[in-house]
Design a protein around this ligand. Structure first.
Ligand code: DNO
Length: 347
């Protein structure tokens, strides 16, 4: 297992030197600030790589290369965007990147209703309240926790929602298949493993289809291109929103088959209905057994990347929702501690 840490190369980025001080962390899951659909230039990738390397870390994974909506909708111009996507993957391969995390969620990525849910210990965390979602009109323009706000105008958003009505779940599967059939053979040649992130939360939101949600659907996704280059970013927090997903069993199954290229490990506390809040990584803080999760990776002989995932806001830290330094650093060390214990007791 190789422990890495997500880092955004933005103006107020977390100091790479601080990340290097987290015991056990050797590398970065990084990205470039390129608009969705544009080709990532090799020189720009190499510049970020060398910035990371100067701090004594390695740029190991790219998280993420977003898929253009035209591809997910299966529109005519998808071929152009697929060509761009492949060109980016080729450049990443040339720069020595071996894993690319991406997702196939329509319109928006992960979603929460609350960025600062106060937890009993005084920290705050991201939370999802299903009652709020049910009552919410997604087009009313006031969803602070969906990245669509910064990307789409309300007119565009309305059109997108309409388009997805006619695509539906099966249409989304077809469009995913079209994308994978074009991209995976090229990713294989480039030596880049494509690691699909599950939908977060793992159910449809606002009537938009979501398909990477369950064992059955993950099996279907992996079967579309039966190759280790068509792999998963196995995210415990996303799949763990639903107790239908038996995470340790799924990790054993997919890691033994070499279909996990990247693991996001975090805890989540399931509340009633479909509501949940994020918690510290520590097992007792949430609903997931993180030791069993790490043990599943260990037993499967997993040698890929793992990173801690969203953190709470603790110790007065401000900054990016879920992606501060402190609590994620605690998470990284906790996960490495479990791994070290597993290695020692199994010697
Ligand atoms: C959330 C992340 C996701 C992930 C994307 C990949 O915290 O895990 O945003 O990076 O879904 O495209």
């Amino acid at each position: 297992m190789k422990m890495i840490f997500r880092w955004y190369p933005e103006a107020n980025a977390i100091d790479l030197g601080y990340i290097r001080q987290i015991p056990g962390v050797k590398g970065i899951a990084g990205e470039l600030p390129v608009a969705v659909g544009e080709i990532w230039a090799l020189d720009d990738i190499l510049a970020v790589k060398s910035q990371v390397e100067k701090s004594g870390l390695r740029l190991e994974v790219i998280e993420s290369v977003k898929v253009h909506e035209e591809i997910k909708l299966g529109r005519k111009s998808r071929d152009l965007y697929i060509d761009h996507y492949i060109a980016t993957i080729k450049n990443l391969g040339k720069a020595g990147i071996q894993v690319v995390c991406y997702d196939f969620m329509p319109v928006f990525d992960w979603m929460r209703t609350d960025a600062e849910r106060l937890l009993p210990d005084g920290s705050t965390a991201l939370a999802y309240d299903d009652e709020v979602v049910k009552k919410k009109d997604p087009l009313d323009g006031d969803f602070a926790l969906c990245d669509w706000e910064t990307v789409y105008s309300s007119n565009e958003l309305e059109k997108l929602f309409k388009c997805y009505e006619s695509v539906g779940e099966e249409g989304l599967w077809e469009n995913l298949e079209y994308f994978l059939k074009a991209v995976i053979p090229e990713a294989e040649k480039a030596g880049v493993r494509m690691a699909m992130h599950p939908d977060d939360p793992c159910w449809p939101v606002f009537g938009l289809p979501r398909i990477i949600t369950s064992e059955e659907n993950i099996d279907r996704f992996l079967a579309i291109a039966d190759s280790p280059y068509n792999a998963l970013t196995f995210c415990t927090g996303s799949l763990g929103c639903s107790d239908d997903n038996d995470l340790p069993r799924l990790i054993r199954k997919y890691a033994s088959a070499d279909r996990i290229a990247f693991g996001h490990v975090r805890n989540v506390k399931r509340l009633s209905g479909r509501s949940f809040e994020e918690s510290a990584h520590y097992s007792k803080a949430g609903s997931l057994d993180i030791v069993e999760i790490m043990k599943a990776y260990y037993d499967a002989g997993y040698e890929g990347y793992i990173r801690p995932d969203h953190g709470r806001r603790i110790w007065g830290e401000k900054g990016g929702a879920g992606y501060g330094l402190y609590d994620r650093a605690l998470g990284a060390v906790y996960l490495s501690g479990i791994w070290e214990t597993l290695e020692k007791v199994n010697k």
